[in-house]
Design a binder for this molecule. Structure first.
Ligand SMILES: *[C@@H]1O[C@H](CO)[C@@H](O)[C@H](O)[C@H]1NC(C)=O
Ligand SMILES: *[C@@H]1O[C@H](CO)[C@@H](O)[C@H](O)[C@H]1NC(C)=O
Ligand SMILES: *[C@@H]1O[C@H](CO)[C@@H](O)[C@H](O)[C@H]1NC(C)=O
Ligand SMILES: *[C@@H]1O[C@H](CO)[C@@H](O)[C@H](O)[C@H]1NC(C)=O
Ligand SMILES: *[C@@H]1O[C@H](CO)[C@@H](O)[C@H](O)[C@H]1NC(C)=O
Length: 876
C-alpha cells in the first residue's frame, strides 16, 4: 500500500526489503536512503501529482490508509531518481486498481523505466501510455485488458521485459515488435492473439525467453526461426494452432526449455534433441514416424534431460532404447501414440522418475517387478494396454496416482498394494480380470476405481482382514502338548487302547451329526445314490476339473471319481441342503471337500462355469475357499478346501464338550492323525473358552460383512447357520456355501430362502400378501444372531430343552435379555473363562440381530464393530 504513517512504516519497510531482495544489496541501501527523505508535498504537474491522480482515479482512496500529501518518493512501491524529482519505478501490483487507465496520469511519467501493474482489474490503456519511451520493464499481466496491442509498442525501444500475459488482448501481434531489439523476456501467453506467427519478433535477437502459449496463433513459423534467437533458452508455443515440422524450430541451439504442446505440428521428430535441452514437450501434435528411428544429434546430452512428453501424437515403432541414458529424467510421458506391440520397456534404471505415463502405448506381457526400483515415482499410468498376468507388488513409497485400468491383468491385487492405495490420491484398477478381496472401500470407490474388475463384482480388501495374525494359540498349545506328553507319557501309553476305542466313539458321533444335517435339510434330503448319476457321465476322462490356483494340473472327472472312491458312502462327509459332500485327496496333496449340487438349475453350463469362476475369486480369510469345479453332465460339482477341524454344529452340539480331561486332549490331539474324525481335538478344549467363541463370532461376522459390504452387488448367503461355519487347520472360523443358491437353481430359490429350522427370520414365516420372500442382507443378520446365541448359550436353536412348549433358542434368550436376566442363559462351560459383562453384551448384540423387523437389525459391518468392542484381551 501507499502510505507513510508512523504506525505502518515498519511494515512498509519490511515488505519493501522483501521486494528488493532479488535486486541485490546495493539497491537496498539506496532505497533505504530514499525512504527516509524529508517530506515534500505534491505540486501539480509533478510525478507525484500524476501518480496520486492515477491511483485515486483507479479506485484507491486516502481512507485506504495512505497519505497522498506525503512526498511521492516516500510511498511504498515508488522509486525516484537521485534528484528525487522523477519516478523511475512504480510497482502497483495487486492493489485492486480497476477500469481504464486515464490520460495524463502514468502516461506522463517521462522517466519511468519499470512499471508493474500486474494483478489488478485494469481494462484498457490510455493513448499517452505509448509515450513512456524509457520503459525497460513493463508488466501488465493478470489484468482484463481487451485492446488490440497498438503498433505504438514500437516506441518502447528500450524494453527488455514485456509481460502482457493473462489478459484479453486480441488481434495481431504488431509488426512493430521488430523495434524491440533489446527485448529479452517476452510473455504474451494466455490472451486471444490471432493471426500467424508475428514475424516482427524475428528481429528481437536478444530474446532469452518467448512465451506465446495459449493464444490462437495460426500458420507456420517464419523461415530461419531457429537461427533468429541465438540466446533463446526457453520457447513456449503451446496451445496454439501453429503448423509445420519439427525442423522449423529444431535449430534453436541454446534452448533448455522447449514446449510446442497442443499445436498442429506433424512429420517426424527430427533434430529436436539438441544439446542443452532439459524439458521437451511435444505432446498433442501430429508427429508421426518410427520413434525408434528418431535421429539423435550425436552430441545430445541425455543426462540433462529432465522432462520428456511425446504423448498424444501418432508416433509408431518401439520405444527407443536411448531413453535409458536419460538418467536424470523425472517426467516421462509417451502415452497415446501408435507404437507397435511391445513388451514393457526396460526403464528401471531411470531411478529419478517421478512421473511415468505409458497409457495406450500397446504394451503386452507382464508388468516387470523391477518397476519397483523406480523408487521416486509418484504417478504411474499404465492404462489402456494389453498388460497381462499378475500385478507385481509395487513397493514404491511415494506413489500417489496409479492407473492400471483397461488391461488384461489377472489374479489378486497384492494385499500390500491394496493397503497402500488407501493413502493414494487416485487409483484405478477397472476393466481387468482382477480379483479384489477387501471390504472397506466405500461403495463409491468400488464403482469408480474397480469397475468391471470381475464379472460385475468388484471386491476390494479391508487390509485389517488380510493381515491375518499368526494363530496365537499354536505356540501355547505346542508347549502345553510337549509338557503334557512328557508328563503323561506313561499314562498316554496306558490309555492307547482306550484312545482307539474313544476314536470309534467319535466317529459314531460324527456319523450322527451327518444324519442330523440330513434331517434338517428338509425337502432336499435324499438318499444319495451316486451310481445313477455317475453312470450318466460317459467319458469321465474327457470332463475337465478346473482347479483355479493350479491351472496346469489337468484333472478330470475320472480323478474325482478315484479321489472319492466313485463317490462312495464311505467318503461322504455330509448331506447338506445343496447335495452330498464327499471327502477326497487329489494328486499333489490337494485335500478337498467335493460338493455335488444335485438339483440341476436352469443355468447353462456356461453360466454355471462363469458363476463358479466368479465364486472362486471371492477370497477372504474367513470364507471357505472354492478351489475349483467340474461340470459333469447334469451335475455341477463345487470343490472346496477341506476344513480340518469340522464345523461349529459338530463342535458345539454333537461332541461332548468340556468332559474331556487334559490327558484326553493331549493324547488324542497330538499322537495320531485321525483320518476320519476331527483331527485336532484341541479345538474342543478351546471351544470351552469365551475368547475362542468370541473369535468364531467375530470371524463369521467379518465373512458376512465382506459378502454384504465388500461385494457389489452384495452377496447374500441365505443359509447362515452353525453347520456353515467351519474351522480351518489354524482354527480360524470360515463360512462356507456362500453364493451357491444361484447355481443351485432359480426355481428353488424361494424354498431355499426358508432356511434351516431355527434360523428362519420371522419375515419369512409370515409372508406379506403372499409375495415372494426375497432374502436380504438383513435375513443373513438374523441367522447370524441365532449362531451368536448358540455360541454364548451352547444350546441348539430348536429341539433343546426350553421352558415353553415349542419354545426355541431365540424366543427364550430374547425373553431373558428383555428381563435383564441374560446372564442365566450363558453356557456353564464358558462361565468364568472371561468377563461375564462381555458375554452379556454379546447376548445383546444377538438380541439386536434377531429383531423381528429387518430394518431394526444392525448391518454386518456394525456388528463387526460391536463385537470388536467386546474383544477379550489377547494375553492369557
Ligand atoms: C509480472 O507480474 C507477475 C505477477 O506479479 C509475476 O508473476 C511475473 O513474474 C511478472 N513477470 C515478469 C516477466 O517478471
Ligand atoms: C507446456 O505449455 C502448456 C501450456 O502453457 C502447459 O500446460 C504445459 O505444462 C507446458 N509443459 C511443460 C513441460 O512445461
Ligand atoms: C497420461 O497421458 C494421457 C495422455 O496425455 C492423459 O490423458 C492421462 O491423463 C495421463 N495420465 C496421468 C495419470 O497423468
Ligand atoms: C488375456 O490374458 C490371458 C492369459 O492371462 C490370455 O489367454 C488372453 O489371450 C489375453 N487376452 C487378451 C485380449 O490379450
Ligand atoms: C477408471 O477407469 C475407467 C475406464 O477408463 C473410468 O471409466 C473410470 O471413471 C476411472 N475411475 C477413476 C476413479 O479414475
Amino acid at each position: 500500500m501507499f502510505f507513510n504513517t508512523d504506525k505502518s512504516s515498519a511494515v512498509g519497510l519490511s515488505s519493501l526489503l522483501a521486494f528488493l531482495d532479488l535486486q541485490g544489496q546495493r539497491s537496498c541501501i539506496l532505497v533505504l536512503a530514499l525512504f527516509f527523505r524529508p517530506l515534500v508535498s505534491q505540486q501539480p504537474n509533478t510525478d507525484g501529482y500524476f501518480v496520486a491522480d492515477f491511483l485515486k482515479k483507479m479506485g484507491l482512496t486516502s481512507s485506504q490508509g495512505f497519505n497522498f500529501s506525503a512526498p511521492v518518493c516516500t510511498w511504498q512501491g515508488v522509486f525516484c531518481d537521485f534528484k528525487q524529482e522523477n519516478v523511475v519505478k512504480l510497482v502497483a501490483s495487486g492493489l485492486g486498481l480497476s477500469g481504464l487507465i486515464p490520460e495524463t496520469t502514468i502516461g506522463k511519467l517521462g522517466k519511468l523505466q519499470f512499471l508493474d501493474l500486474s494483478n489488478n482489474k485494469i481494462t484498457g490503456l490510455p493513448s499517452d501510455f505509448w509515450s513512456l519511451g524509457s520503459l525497460k520493464t513493463l508488466n501488465l499481466s493478470y489484468n482484463q485488458i481487451s485492446d488490440n496491442l497498438a503498433s505504438n509498442i514500437g516506441n518502447f525501444g528500450h524494453l527488455e521485459t514485456l509481460d502482457l500475459s493473462c489478459n484479453n488482448f486480441s488481434g495481431n501481434i504488431p509488426e512493430a515488435m521488430s523495434s524491440l531489439v533489446r527485448l529479452q523476456v517476452l510473455k504474451l501467453d494466455q490472451n486471444g492473439f490471432q493471426s500467424s506467427f508475428p514475424s516482427g519478433i524475428m528481429n528481437c535477437h536478444s530474446l532469452v525467453s518467448i512465451d506465446l502459449s495459449s493464444n490462437q496463433l495460426t500458420g507456420t513459423l517464419p523461415d530461419g526461426f531457429g537461427a533468429a534467437f541465438p540466446k533463446l533458452k526457453s520457447l513456449n508455443l503451446a496451445g496454439n494452432k501453429i503448423s509445420g515440422r519439427a525442423s522449423d524450430f529444431a535449430m534453436v541451439i541454446s534452448t533448455t526449455y522447449l514446449n510446442v504442446s497442443g499445436n498442429l505440428f506433424q512429420g517426424p521428430v527430427i533434430g529436436i534433441f539438441q544439446d542443452p535441452l532439459e524439458v521437451i514437450d511435444l505432446s498433442q501434435n501430429q508427429f508421426q514416424g518410427h520413434i525408434s528411428k528418431v535421429h539423435f544429434n550425436s552430441s545430445f546430452n541425455w543426462s540433462r534431460l529432465i522432462h520428456l512428453d511425446l504423448s498424444e501424437n501418432k508416433l509408431s515403432g518401439e520405444i527407443f532404447q536411448n531413453l535409458i541414458k536419460a538418467q536424470n529424467l523425472k517426467h516421462l510421458n509417451l502415452a497415446h501414440n501408435q507404437f507397435s506391440a511391445q513388451r514393457f520397456p526396460e526403464i528401471n534404471v531411470l531411478s529419478r522418475l517421478e512421473y511415468l505415463n505409458l497409457s495406450k502405448t500397446n504394451l503386452v506381457g507382464p508388468i516387470p517387478t523391477e518397476i519397483s526400483r523406480l523408487s521416486s515415482l509418484r504417478t504411474l499410468d499404465l492404462s489402456n494396454n494389453h498388460l497381462s498376468s499378475k500385478i507385481p507388488h509395487l513397493s514404491i513409497k511415494y506413489l500417489l496416482i496409479l492407473d492400471v485400468s483397461c488391461n488384461n491383468l489377472s489374479g489378486d491385487i497384492p494385499s500390500l498394494l491394496l493397503q497402500k492405495v488407501q493413502w493414494m490420491e487416485r487409483y484405478n484398477f477397472s476393466y481387468n480380470n482382477l480379483t479384489l478381496c477387501a471390504s472397506e472401500f466405500k461403495p463409491k470407490t468400488l464403482k469408480t476405481a474397480f469397475i468391471g474388475a470381475l464379472n460385475s463384482c468388484p471386491i476390494a480388501a479391508n487390509p485389517d482382514l488380510f493381515s491375518r495374525k499368526a494363530p496365537k494359540h499354536r505356540g501355547f498349545k505346542i508347549a502345553m502338548a510337549l509338557t503334557l506328553s512328557m508328563v503323561c507319557l506313561l499314562v498316554g501309553l496306558l490309555l492307547l487302547a482306550f484312545g482307539c476305542r474313544r476314536k470309534n466313539r467319535m466317529w459314531e458321533v460324527k456319523q450322527n451329526s451327518y444324519k442330523e444335517e440330513q434331517n434338517i435339510s428338509g425337502p432336499f434330503s435324499f438318499q444319495t445314490d451316486s451310481t445313477t448319476w455317475v453312470a450318466d457321465v460317459k467319458l469321465a476322462t474327457s470332463v475337465p476339473v478346473v482347479i483355479f490356483e493350479k491351472p496346469l494340473l489337468n484333472f478330470t472327472f475320472a480323478d474325482l471319481l478315484s479321489a472319492t472312491s466313485d463317490f462312495d458312502r464311505g467318503t461322504l462327509l455330509a448331506e447338506g441342503r445343496f447335495g452330498p459332500v464327499y471327502r477326497g485327496f487329489l494328486a499333489g496333496g490337494i485335500h478337498v471337500a467335493v460338493k455335488v449340487l444335485v438339483h440341476g438349475s436352469t443355468m447353462t453350463d456356461q453360466e454355471a462355469a462363469r458363476e463358479l469362476e466368479y465364486l472362486g475369486r471371492i477370497k477372504h480369510p474367513n470364507l471357505v475357499p472354492l478351489t475349483g469345479y467340474c461340470l459333469a453332465g447334469e451335475q455341477r460339482i463345487a470343490i472346496y478346501d477341506y476344513m480340518e477341524n469340522g464345523n461349529l454344529q459338530n463342535l458345539l452340539h454333537d461332541l461332548p464338550l468340556g468332559v474331556q480331561t487334559t490327558e484326553d486332549w493331549s493324547t488324542d490331539t497330538w499322537e495320531e492323525d485321525d483320518k476320519n474324525g476331527i483331527q485336532n481335538v484341541g479345538s474342543e478344549g478351546l471351544l470351552t473358552t469365551w475368547r475362542f467363541r468370541h473369535k468364531i463370532a467375530l470371524g463369521t461376522a467379518r465373512a458376512l460383512a465382506f459378502l454384504h459390504h465388500g461385494c457389489s452387488p452384495p452377496i447374500i448367503h441365505r443359509d447362515v447357520k452353525a453347520s456353515s461355519v467351519y474351522l480351518d487347520s489354524d482354527l480360524e472360523p470360515r463360512l462356507s456355501d456362500f453364493g451357491l443358491a444361484k447355481i443351485f437353481g432359480n426355481g428353488l430359490e424361494d424354498e431355499i430362502a426358508h432356511g434351516s429350522p431355527g434360523y428362519v427370520p420371522p419375515e419369512f414365516l409370515q409372508p406379506e400378501n403372499g409375495s415372494p420372500r426375497t432374502p436380504t442382507p438383513k435375513s443373513d443378520v438374523y441367522g447370524f444372531g441365532v449362531v451368536l446365541f448358540e455360541l454364548i448359550t451352547g444350546k441348539k436353536p430348536v429341539e433343546d430343552d426350553y421352558p415353553e412348549k415349542d419354545g426355541n433358542l431365540v424366543s427364550w434368550v430374547r425373553g431373558l435379555v428383555r428381563k435383564n436376566q441374560g446372564s442365566t442363559a450363558i453356557d456353564p462351560k464358558i462361565q468364568g473363562t472371561g468377563p461375564e459383562q462381555q458375554m452379556e453384551e454379546a447376548l445383546k448384540i444377538a438380541y439386536l440381530c434377531t429383531a423381528d423387523l429387518p430394518s431394526k437389525r444392525p448391518s454386518m459391518q456394525q456388528i463387526v464393530g460391536l463385537l470388536k468392542d467386546i474383544e477379550p484381551v489377547t494375553h492369557q
